[in-house]
Design a protein around this ligand. Structure first.
Ligand code: ADP
Length: 197
């Protein structure tokens, strides 16, 4: 089963494409942002600590995110397939994810990056903020999230490029076209798939 990571800036379409990949390959879509928002809504211990960081558009500390993600991936038993969306976002998270994969015989097949120019990202996020009222989709917070992406997350692309599993896809244009480009590239790294047949 496919194990892929979606690593792209806010507004690039991780959530949308993550859902589509999940359906196509028949594996769960695990989005750390969604999982964290659920914790905040439920007022759990993790949520109580994470909420303030999310509102400011800062990264939630690795300690909390790793606790959450390792639980999602490992309980009740190590997941065989998944689309992991929004994780890892720091080198420390990437290293821990890599170790988890090795230790459990579940290394990742593909790491997907969606390329979208910054002015288009800002436009999409402002539109989503107006439509859905997500608290972190406001002007200042958007700029902070983009800065945080450039500083902490974008460098991870090299980490995966060196490992030969990075897939870079043009994220502009109709959702269906982006999805088709994405699947074509993933299938090259993951020929085990018969889902495209
Ligand atoms: P976006 O990519 O549009 O910023 P997400 O839903 O992926 O949206 O993330 C929302 C917020 O959740 C982030 O700004 C951050 O505060 C927190 N978050 C999500 N995933 C992680 C992660 N892997 N590490 C740290 N913080 C995270």
């Amino acid at each position: 089963m496919l194990r892929a990571l979606l690593l792209a800036p806010p507004g690039a379409g991780k959530g949308t494409q993550g859902e589509r990949l999940s359906e196509h390959y028949g594996v769960p879509h695990l989005a750390t942002g969604d999982a964290l928002r659920r914790h905040v809504a439920e007022g759990s211990e993790i949520g109580a600590q994470a909420g303030a960081y999310m509102e400011r558009g800062e990264l939630v500390p690795d300690r909390l995110v790793l606790e959450l993600v390792l639980h999602l991936l490992s309980e009740p038993e190590p997941l065989e397939g998944f689309i992991l969306d929004g994780f890892p976002r720091t080198l420390n998270q990437a290293k821990t994810a890599f170790q988890w994969g090795k230790a459990n015989g579940r290394t990742f097949h593909a790491v997907i990056s969606l390329d979208v120019p910054e002015d288009e990202l800002v436009r999409r996020l402002l539109e989503r903020g107006a439509a859905q009222g997500r608290i972190d989709d406001s002007d200042d917070t958007i700029r902070n999230r983009l800065r945080v992406y450039d500083e902490f997350t974008e460098p991870l692309l090299d980490f995966y490029r060196e490992r030969g599993i990075l897939v870079e896809v043009d994220g502009e244009g109709p959702v269906e076209d982006v999805g088709a480009r994405l699947r074509a590239q993933v299938d090259r790294l993951y020929p085990g798939s018969d889902a495209s047949a």
